[in-house]
Write a protein that binds this ligand. Structure first.
Ligand SMILES: [Mn+2]
Length: 267
């Protein structure tokens, strides 16, 4: 069986409970983590080690918290007070784990669907998504990685255009694929709101609710938005059910098309 799994955020006990619930078998099953595997929870190190040691059967897309870990580990930016990945920064296998994260993609194409941490701008086609994600991926593997990472924070540019510099294109792509919730039809991003879809800020909508969205026919699996409730939009599969906030850690069984949730067992 293949499963897409929502934001673990270092909730390794809940992940183990979920894997037990789905009878996870390393020889038979494949796991696709939808990003934010680390941070906020108490066991980021164990979670990342689990992914790394099972990398032949588990894949992940980068989420904003995973990216934040890379920035804090490799540039002079300091972790915030709420960050809980100090266990990784102090681990003796830190470099192995960071190298593993640097190699991870921003999107995964799975059969006729797409997996991404936050979402896909409504004005992007599947090839726009793949090409822009690949541009960021190539920059992460470039020898100027540290300089690149130190320039990727910030909310600008709000919109994507062909005339942007490579750095600007990457910053927009990271913000869109890893952080977006609300946007305009032309992909203009908004970062002040984290509420449910019925509370969108003026002029903005949840990225998947735009009428003329180009990727309507592809299934999209994503995490990041734990407050999403009652989403009844065709081909839209939110899988982050807020484990870190005392909610549930969820796996979507891609073979049988069902959600399986595990109540948080973090202390
Ligand atoms: Mn996130």
């Amino acid at each position: 069986m293949d499963y897409a799994i929502g934001d673990v955020q270092g909730c390794f006990n809940s992940l183990n409970a979920l894997l037990k619930k789905i009878n996870f078998n390393i020889d038979r099953d494949r796991l696709y983590f939808l990003g934010d595997v680390v941070n906020r929870g108490s066991h980021s190190l164990e979670t990342l080690r689990f992914l790394h040691s099972n990398k032949d059967n588990a894949e992940m897309v980068l989420g904003n918290h995973d990216f934040h870990l890379l920035v804090c580990a490799l540039t002079d930016r300091h972790p915030n007070k709420k960050d809980t990945f100090h266990d990784i920064l102090e681990a003796n296998d830190k470099n192995t784990l960071l190298d593993y994260l640097i190699e991870r993609p921003l999107v995964i194409e799975y059969e006729d669907s797409l997996m991404v941490h936050a979402g896909v701008p409504p004005n992007w086609s599947q090839s726009d998504v793949i090409n822009n994600a690949a541009l960021v991926h190539s920059q992460l593997r470039n020898e100027n990685l540290i300089e690149f990472l130190s320039q990727m924070y910030g909310n600008l540019p709000h919109t994507w255009s062909e005339t942007l510099t490579i750095k600007e294109k990457c910053r927009y792509t990271i913000n869109a694929l890893m952080r977006m919730r609300f946007c305009k039809e032309d992909g203009e991003l908004e970062f002040e709101h984290k509420l449910n879809v019925d509370k969108s800020p003026a002029g903005f909508k949840a990225w998947f609710l735009h009428k003329n969205r180009l990727m309507k026919e592809q299934k999209i699996f994503f995490g990041h938005w734990s407050s999403l409730k009652n989403v009844d939009t065709k081909n839209i599969y939110p899988v982050d059910h807020g484990c870190i906030w005392g909610g549930q850690l969820t796996a979507y069984n891609l073979t049988n098309n069902i959600y399986i949730s595990q109540d948080s067992v973090e202390i």
